[in-house]
Write a protein that binds this ligand. Structure first.
Ligand code: SAH
Ligand code: SF4
Length: 378
């Protein structure tokens, strides 16, 4: 199978073009087609000589993602289910504004992207890990999730403009070159278990010649792979880091997240401290509230201590029910009480109150549902 062109950085393309005796400015033209115009075919690249297009075609694939299903309304959370070339399914979720994550008024569109097909970490409450791990996504498959949503938006704006024109309206929506301006790596899979491909994809999405999305607008979420957190601390790029904590005691964390047996809290905390020491950046602790498991007030105490120790903020997320799993979302009252308990202990905390659950917004759910439906029809 040929490597995909969107898995290469500018430097790698420059080396390749040099070997081919192609002038360097051709790389700039190619990158413009790939990331600014989001071309889907070699033949669209009309300012590249035909023989160069042929050479590219012989050496690289130019994959795009096929949209198989979309859920959600226009102005709310929208979920995209993509089919990859081996027919695997992955998801991306578009969130119109996410002040809970960034408390940033300019945060308009956040895209949650996947990094693996399935997940090997098997957290007890999560749909992504239910059928195990299938494979890592390649850098281009990670990058393409952003480009495909940009193309989808472009198409939408275009058709809305046509509609308005036919209705005789004169107000055309302006073209949006960068619709997605924040990325959260919180979709299917454990991003730090696909470290090299993730780093390459984020480098491409971050580069001015690529996606042009600032590193500070990119958040990586991990279930707690301590060695990779240390490795991330040494990277030159300033990504935000979120830890899926879900409990601040080893006893409870062991029960719901098997990864904690490999990297218990002590080790995870050390790695987080190292990250902070190297980066000087605030970490977010993600905490799903699951009824009867980690939502009792006596769990708020250790969480508050840990948040203080790490100078971290806490993001409380009411659990989204997963078909086939026993876990439930606590009542609003319980969630509010947990938040208040943290606030009383002077922890900076937010509670997500929107209803993403309506569209199976929890990671891995739409894929699981679709695969089960497909299995029934075969
Ligand atoms: N593997 C990484 C990133 C993907 S999961 C990680 O675990 O951090 C992204 C987030 O969704 C994690 O915080 C995860 O715990 C959470 N999550 C998984 N299933 C969920 C559910 N049913 N409801 C709410 N959040 C869920
Ligand atoms: Fe994997 Fe994250 Fe789901 Fe755990 S929560 S199974 S690490 S995707």
């Amino acid at each position: 199978m040929l490597p995909d062109i969107k898995s290469l950085t500018r430097e790698e393309l420059q080396t390749r073009f040099k070997n081919w005796n192609e002038p360097v400015y051709r790389v700039t033209q190619l990158l413009d087609w790939l990331y600014a115009r989001r071309a889907m075919a070699w033949d669209a690249m009309t300012n590249l000589p035909k023989q160069l297009r042929e050479k590219l075609r012989e050496n690289f694939s130019l994959q795009t993602l096929e949209l198989v299903r979309k859920q959600g309304a226009h102005d709310t959370t929208q979920k995209f289910l993509w089919r990859l070339r081996d027919h695997s399914l992955v998801e991306s979720v578009l969130i119109p504004a996410n002040p809970a994550l960034y408390s940033d008024a300019s945060d308009r569109h956040t895209l949650c992207i996947s990094t693996q097909v399935g997940c090997a970490y098997g957290c007890k409450f999560c749909a992504s890990g239910l059928d195990g791990w299938k494979r890592n996504l390649t850098p281009d498959e990670i990058v393409e999730q952003v480009l495909a949503v940009e193309r989808w938006n472009e198409e939408k704006v275009r058709s809305e403009n046509v509609e308005r024109r036919t209705e005789g309206g004169s107000h055309l929506a302006p073209p949006t070159s960068h619709f997605v301006n924040n990325i959260v790596v919180m979709g299917m899979g454990e991003p730090l278990a696909n470290y090299d491909n993730l780093m390459k994809a984020l480098k491409i999405l971050n580069a001015p010649w690529g996606g042009g999305i600032g590193a500070r607008k990119i958040t990586i979420s991990t279930s707690g792979l301590a060695p990779q957190i240390r490795r991330l601390a040494k990277e030159p790029m300033q990504f935000r880091l979120a830890i899926s904590l879900h409990s601040a005691t080893d006893e409870m964390r062991n029960k719901i997240m098997p990864v904690n047996r490999k990297y218990p809290l002590k080790e995870l905390i050390h790695a987080c401290e190292e990250y902070q020491y190297e980066k000087g950046r605030m970490i977010t602790l993600e905490y799903i509230l699951i009824a009867g498991a980690n939502d009792s007030i006596d769990q708020a105490g250790p969480l508050a201590s840990l948040a203080h120790k790490l100078f971290a903020k806490v993001n409380l997320i009411p659990y989204n029910k997963v078909d086939g799993l026993k876990w439930e979302r606590p009542s609003e009252e319980v969630c509010e009480k947990f938040l208040t308990a943290l606030e009383k202990q002077k922890v900076t905390a937010t509670l997500r109150r929107e209803k993403g659950g309506d569209i199976d917004a929890a990671c891995g759910q739409l894929r699981l549902k679709t695969e089960r439906e497909l299995a029934k029809t075969v």
